[in-house]
Design a protein around this ligand. Sequence first.
Ligand SMILES: Cc1ncc(COP(=O)(O)O)c(C=O)c1O
Length: 387
Amino acid sequence: MKDLFPKIMLTHTDGVIDLAWGHPSENLHPLSALQPAIDSIFANDDVAALQYSGYQGYGPLIESLSQYLSDEPSYTNKIEGRELYLGYGASHGLDLACTLFTKTGDTVLVEEPSYYLVRQILIDHGLTIVGVPTDNEGMVTEDLEQIIQSHKNSVKLLYLIPSYHNPMGSVMSHARREKIIELADKYNFLIAADEAYHLLYYYDPPPPTMASLANSDQGSVVSLGSFSKILAPGIKLGWVQSKPSLVDKFTNSGANFSGGNNNFAAAIVDIAIRKGILSKHINLLRRTYRSRMEVMATALETHIPDAKFCKPHGGYYFWITFPEQIDALVLEKYALEEGVTLRPGVAFSGENLFSNCIRLCFALSDIEQIPEGIYRLSKAYSRHVLG
Ligand SMILES: Cc1ncc(COP(=O)(O)O)c(C=O)c1O
């Protein structure tokens, strides 16, 4: 029986291998690793953890996080505390950016394809969503400039996922990042860079975050970081990285006047950073996901030679393109009958594109399940091809 008020978002069907949901597997939740951090709040009678936080967020975490990011190879420059605002996740950061920097009727540009679950945030704010063609290096900047020009002065926001894209798994090149910042300056719009996967790299670090690349005079860039993918989604805590004048706008937003966000979780994460729990957990995730990703790539090559993909170097996802005649919605139906789930590509498009593409996630299912999941998918694929 379905729970009327479910504890968690994803639903699981016995016997089905889940390659659809972008959630971590149960055995990767750091329950025991976080225990010392939680215990220390009680052991030290840290009542501040239960009080309203400062407007910018829980001060000790702003300090420990700025130090953590400054030491991180994928950040390249020192991050000051005044460049960070603590919110409850990347989605919240985007929602606040829309509140603060857009009004109903403005145009927001998004990658085509893009993360489907943020679309509703943009719709909630009455924004007109326009897709920009995207290749393996990110948004195609020539197309981007043309689209900006054709929408005259209405473009106020650009939402993109530069590192380990959802759904494409790709990384935007350094050159494209700089070019897009240049365009934001020239045409006067805000870039909201969703960097939820930025720290989840499996080989070399990605280029610096968009906010790190924008120098202090330059524009309007906010990088949205999150603990959801590097610690646990249930923590629901994240940060906005930007220049101090923009961080102040987030800090001074009305919803903060009754106190900053999620102080208790912030106190736990602060201790997790100071005790080295976070960096140990990120290393575990990097090793685990990298192995799963390699196994999935090999299984795809072995069982479905028609599947075209680039191996993701971080994040959670494979983006797979099949021959034109394949309809991913039909494949999804056959796949479920064979006992495996996937996300059809069309879900990530505002323009009904990518009907022959699918997204596969290697975060939720364990390594032993992945080859079997791909084998089942190959059976579904053969059924579809034989029609
Ligand atoms: C690109 C992207 N952004 C944001 C999120 C959600 O992040 P948060 O939990 O920090 O709101 C996800 C989760 O799947 C995601 O894939």
